[in-house]
Design a protein around this ligand. Sequence first.
Ligand code: ADP
Length: 507
Amino acid sequence: MADSDLFIDIVAPNGQRYKQPRGLFINNEFVRSSEGKTIASIDPGTDTEIASVYAASTEDVDTAVKAAQKALKDPSWKLLPGTDRGRLMSRLADLIEEKKELFATIDAWDNGKPYQVALNEDLPEAIGTIRYYSGWADKTFGQTISTTHAKFAYTLRQPIGVVGQIIPWNYPLSMAAWKLGPALACGNTVVIKAAEQTPLSILVLGTLIAEAGFPPGVVNIINGYGKEAGAALVAHPLVDKIAFTGSTVTAREIMKLAAGTLKNITLETGGKSPLLVFPDADIEQAVKWSHFGIFSNQGQICTATSRILVHEQIFDKFVDQLKAAIKTTSKIGSQWEESTFQGPQVTRAQYERVLSYIESGISEGATIAAGGSPVSSSLSDAHKDGYFINPTIFTNVKDSMRIYREEIFGPVVVVVAFASEEEAIQRANDTTYGLGAAVFTRDLERAHRVAAEIEAGMVWVNSSQDCDPRIPFGGVKQSGIGRELGEAGLEAYTQTKAVHVNMGTKL
Ligand code: ADP
């Protein structure tokens, strides 16, 4: 299998050596793409190429889907007891944990996130999610339902079948874990497509899928372009379900395409999540979480609390403290520096997109209270072409402005003032999105009242961005359909079959 074209020897900037697979992972083997097309992965910190990997064509997608379809019927997977399936999954979690430094290295390099963040946040999340769902593998069953003496019924919870999963680039490995965990726990087979911006770590995951002992074809991993490989997966007639995380615009395309074969879909899309600070809040805590809620992961978080609504009495104080938090906390620079809080944006395209939003804020008349420009002077020579943007705060923002309404997906936040709880809720809900929301108050009743009123899939009280494999995650309105994580995440990957049993001949 060690073919020089399918594996390359890599030495990462932190000295980590490893063999990077380059192929499409189908039937537990790496293969070239049929048309030989490749994707180059770029280090966003230095604007240099790391490696190129094979990109799936429509024909390759078909091959991967057929492998998953065959594996679904293969007794080695179909008849595998849930307990044994769980054991395979927990072995996979252990193998990822053994290689956690390697995965953190690859994701930091490929995505631009600080290595320490990848190691201490992304990796525990990915490992924890697979481990959590390994426990569910033998705990998803149906019910018996009593009707009359002559009849009874029961339900079977069965896998949906072949699942196509399409993931984004902001958390490459943990997004794969969120998708694979529940799908495998429920006995499905999978074709998963990574984002073209971050194609590397998921291929290393492929080697561990084989090593853990999953039968060939159960998990197939492809890289490829969204409009080609992604669209081919969504349209494929043998794919029973699509699970997608990414932008709302792409989700609309996917929904349209999935209509052709009436596919079951779950979508986790964009957001413009509000963070409300009431006058009785612990302001230091509100500032700390506001900073984290928009500036961590370079602002590239679907749940980023990117609209901060602050009571007018404490508005000036809050803005001053948020600016101060940037100065003390937002150390910008190389992914490999231990003290780095913020690395580069993932790609040049994203970098330019974020800067164009900053331009639009300026031209619509908002005030830049902090940042508002690319980082220039503080970077080393090696990083001067990297995609670094200063954390940016806008004030004097009108609710009609693009920076207030649209998802920027970068380190840019708007801070606006409100006068009453009613106004705060009304303006927080004045959006097409509904992913996360945060409420800062010390008033217990207000905390729960506002949490209930906010149109969002998740609400954080006196916090922002909490996420746990045991707790459902997802959006309302145009932020998504369905839930991931927790017991709720299993719903997306099983279907219920009702069996009616006639106990006699009298009725
Ligand atoms: P972004 O705009 O941030 O790159 P996308 O939502 O476009 O985010 O991408 C998320 C994932 O969706 C990626 O894996 C991408 O390849 C895939 N994708 C993009 N366009 C399509 C499409 N038309 N059909 C299926 N998948 C797509």
